[in-house]
Write a protein that binds this ligand. Structure first.
Ligand code: SPD
Length: 280
């Protein structure tokens, strides 16, 4: 038995593992997949926890269904990053979506997850999926006015996901939306990385007419939570603009209209951070 840790900023999260299933340094990052004692499979990129089988449903359901339900009738969706396939898997449950595009920079993440994390990477099996290997920041610039929903499922800033945390990228995201489009992006934990939360919310508030921030409970991420920016030029992003079919809603374990509503209600320190972001 070995304990593996994500450490940084004087803080760490440690998980007990039983087997190291995959380890490889790709052109972009160190990729590790473990079997754990309590939490199912664990995927780490450059030593940062990306998912465990225990709670990945929380993150992936919210990242996929919340922005799709912010759009009245989404058809064409793009995922940037998200090479493990978890967001794709959730999008695939929504039969009204017509095209599911993913732009992932690291082909080796896809290969490793398809082999060792099939319960997550099964998202790739959907015939509506089109895989683009490349830099998401270039892909959105090269595909203007193309998507109803764009979901940025990035790693943390500092690694290959670094270009996905700047204002230029968010301007290109907006440019890649069709009229009425919605974006959602992995936007870190307000306890752990308040400066990043502030920066991303300041960017979305500056660029989009409507912007807000939702929090997802994910126990195995440091501090047990992570946030997502949600933004659109078309409508307020807090209320649902469309509902999931009841048969799909019944299969979910986290996303629901009330979980959505709650995700936008914050403790005081986060509200103050978001007020500061709105002031720019
Ligand atoms: N701090 C960890 C952030 C990880 C966000 N991406 C997770 C990828 C899961 N599909």
């Amino acid at each position: 038995m070995a304990w593996v840790s994500e450490v940084g900023g004087g803080y760490g999260t440690t998980i007990e593992t039983t087997a190291h299933l995959f380890s490889r340094k790709s052109r972009y990052q160190q990729i590790d997949i473990y079997e754990t004692v309590k939490l199912g499979k664990l995927l780490m990129l450059d030593g940062i926890i990306q998912l465990t089988g225990f709670d990945e449903f929380a993150y992936h359901e919210m990242m996929a269904h919340l922005p799709c339900c912010t759009h009245p009738a989404p058809e064409k969706v793009l995922v940037i990053g998200g090479g493990d396939g978890g967001v794709l898997r959730e999008l695939g449950k929504n039969k009204s979506l017509q095209e599911l595009h993913i732009c992932e920079i690291d082909e080796e993440v896809i290969g490793a997850c398809r082999k060792f994390l099939p319960e997550t990477a099964c998202g790739y099996d959907d015939p509506r999926v089109r895989v683009h290997i490349g830099d998401g920041s270039l892909f959105v610039r090269e595909n203007p006015a193309s998507f109803d929903v764009i979901i940025v499922d990035s790693t943390d800033p500092g690694g290959p996901g670094e270009p996905l945390f700047g204002e230029a990228f968010y301007r290109d995201l907006k440019g890649a939306l069709r009229p009425g489009g919605v974006i959602a992006s992995q936007s870190e934990s307000p306890f752990l990385l308040p400066d990043i939360v502030l920066r991303l919310n300041a960017i979305t508030n500056k660029i989009f007419k409507y912007a807000d921030y939702a929090v997802i409970q994910v126990p195995t991420y440091p501090t047990g939570q992570i946030g997502m920016c949600v933004a659109s030029d078309a409508r307020d992003v807090r209320p649902q603009a469309s509902e999931l079919p009841p048969e799909l809603q019944a299969t979910l374990r986290y996303y629901s209209p009330s979980a959505r509503e709650g995700a936008f209600h914050h403790p005081l320190f986060v509200d103050r951070l978001l007020q500061k972001a709105r002031r720019g």
